[in-house]
Write a protein that binds this ligand. Structure first.
Ligand SMILES: [Zn+2]
Ligand SMILES: [Zn+2]
Length: 360
C-alpha cells in the first residue's frame, strides 16, 4: 500500500479571543505558534472554562503521543498569544523557542521566561531571536521551511523609539537606536518598572513586534500574520522578498492561505495590499471574529470575501449571538496543505477535543 503523501497541517485552536496555532510538519513533527487565552466575553471568562481550552489542547497532544514539540514560537508578547503557553510547555520538551529577543521581559511572562531560560541552560532548547529572514525550522527532505518575514529593523526601531518617547518625553525619541534588536529587551524592562503607575500613554504597541511567518512547502505558501500592523505589511511589501518574486514565478512567495491579524479592524493587512501577499482565491483564516478587540471587523471580513478570498474563523465569542459582530465561527479549523499547493480546510474537524458551549 502506498504511504500517504506528506502534508503540512495547521490547526487553529479555539482559544477564545486568542491565537493558538498547532502545526504538523510534513516530517510528522509538531510545533506551536502562540497559545493565548482570554476572553472579553464575560460569559466565557470564568476561570475553569478558559483553562479548559488549554486542557483540551494538552489532551489532544497526549492523544497524539506528543511529548516533544519541534518548535515553539511566541509571535509577540501579549497575553492573547502567550497566556496559556507556560501551562502547555512546563510538561513538554521543545527543541526550539523563537520570539523577538527581549520580548519575554514583561512581568506577566516571568514564568515562561524562566522556563525557557532553564531549558536553554540545560541544553534542551535552542533560543532563536526572530528578525526578518530567520529560518527557524527546516525539513529540506520535504522542501519545508518556516521563515520569519518580520519584524524588520524598522519595526524594532519604531518600537524602541516610541517607548523612549513615552518614557522620557518627545526628546527621548532623539536617543540613538544603535541596535534595535539588543534594545528591545531593556526598553521593555524599563517600561515594566513603571507599571506601578500604569498609564494609557505608556502602553507599548507590542503588536509592532509581531513575527510574520511564512511556511514554505514545495509550491505551497502559508502566511501567518500574527498581529502585524499596517506599517509592517507596507514595509514588507517593499522588501525584495515580495517585489522580486512577482516577476519570478519560481520564487513566488504569495500565499494560498493567510492567518489574518485579528486586530486587523483598523490596523492590519491593508486590503489593497492583499494581492501583493496572496495568490488569487487564497483563503483567509482568523482566530476570532467579532470579539472584544473588535477585529477583524465586518469590513475586513467582507472586504476579503468581496475580493474572492473566503474567510474562515474560529473563536468562541462569535458563538454568542449578542456579541457577534463578525460571522458565525466554527470550533477548530484544520488546514491541510499538499506540496503542490492544494489546500483543504476542514472547519468542523471530527473528533475535535473542544466542545464549545453556546452562550445562552
Ligand atoms: Zn492578538
Ligand atoms: Zn497583539
Amino acid at each position: 500500500m502506498a504511504s500517504p503523501r506528506p502534508t503540512f497541517e495547521l490547526y487553529l485552536w479555539p482559544a477564545g479571543d486568542c491565537d493558538c496555532l498547532l502545526l504538523k510538519t510534513p516530517g510528522g513533527r509538531w510545533g506551536l505558534i502562540d497559545c493565548g487565552l482570554s476572553s472579553l466575553n464575560p460569559k466565557l471568562r470564568e476561570q475553569e472554562r478558559v483553562w479548559a481550552m488549554v486542557e483540551d489542547l494538552k489532551t489532544f497532544l497526549a492523544q497524539q503521543n506528543i511529548t516533544r514539540l519541534a518548535f515553539v514560537q511566541l509571535s509577540h508578547p501579549e497575553l492573547d498569544h502567550a497566556k496559556g503557553m507556560y501551562q502547555v510547555l512546563k510538561e513538554m520538551e521543545f527543541e526550539v523557542f523563537c520570539t523577538v529577543s527581549g520580548a519575554l521581559n514583561r512581568n506577566s511572562l516571568t514564568k515562561l521566561k524562566e522556563l525557557v531560560e532553564d531549558r536553554v541552560a540545560e541544553g534542551r532548547t535552542r533560543f532563536l531571536g526572530a528578525t526578518r529572514g530567520l529560518s527557524f525550522w527546516q525539513e529540506p527532505e520535504h522542501q519545508f521551511e518556516l521563515v520569519a518575514l518580520g519584524p524588520g529593523q524598522r519595526d524594532l526601531t519604531a518600537f524602541v523609539v516610541s517607548l523612549q518617547r513615552k518614557l522620557y518625553g518627545p526628546n527621548g525619541g532623539a536617543m540613538p537606536v544603535a541596535d534595535p534588536v539588543k534594545q528591545v529587551g531593556p526598553i521593555i524592562e524599563e517600561t515594566e518598572l513603571h507599571t506601578a503607575k500604569p498609564s494609557e500613554t505608556l502602553k507599548p504597541s507590542y503588536n509592532r513586534l509581531s513575527i510574520i511567518t511564512l511556511a514554505l512547502f514545495g509550491e505551497a505558501r502559508i502566511l501567518l500574520g500574527a498581529d502585524a500592523l499596517t506599517f509592517s505589511w507596507c514595509d514588507l511589501a517593499k522588501s525584495p522578498n515580495f517585489s522580486v518574486s512577482a516577476s519570478a514565478n519560481q520564487s513566488d512567495l504569495r500565499a494560498q492561505v493567510i492567518k489574518l491579524p485579528h486586530h486587523g479592524a483598523t490596523d492590519g493587512l491593508p486590503l489593497e495590499l492583499a494581492p501583493v501577499f496572496l495568490q488569487e482565491k487564497a483563503e483567509a483564516l482568523v482566530s476570532s471574529s467579532g470579539h472584544g478587540f473588535a477585529s477583524p471587523s465586518a469590513e475586513v471580513l467582507d472586504g476579503f470575501t468581496a475580493r474572492g478570498y473566503p474567510v474562515y474563523c474560529t473563536g468562541r465569542s462569535a458563538w454568542c449571538p449578542e456579541l457577534a459582530v463578525g460571522r458565525a465561527c466554527t470550533g477548530l479549523n484544520q488546514v491541510i496543505v499538499a506540496s503542490d499547493g492544494r489546500v483543504t480546510i476542514d472547519s468542523e474537524k471530527q473528533g475535535r477535543m473542544t466542545h464549545p458551549g453556546k452562550c445562552r
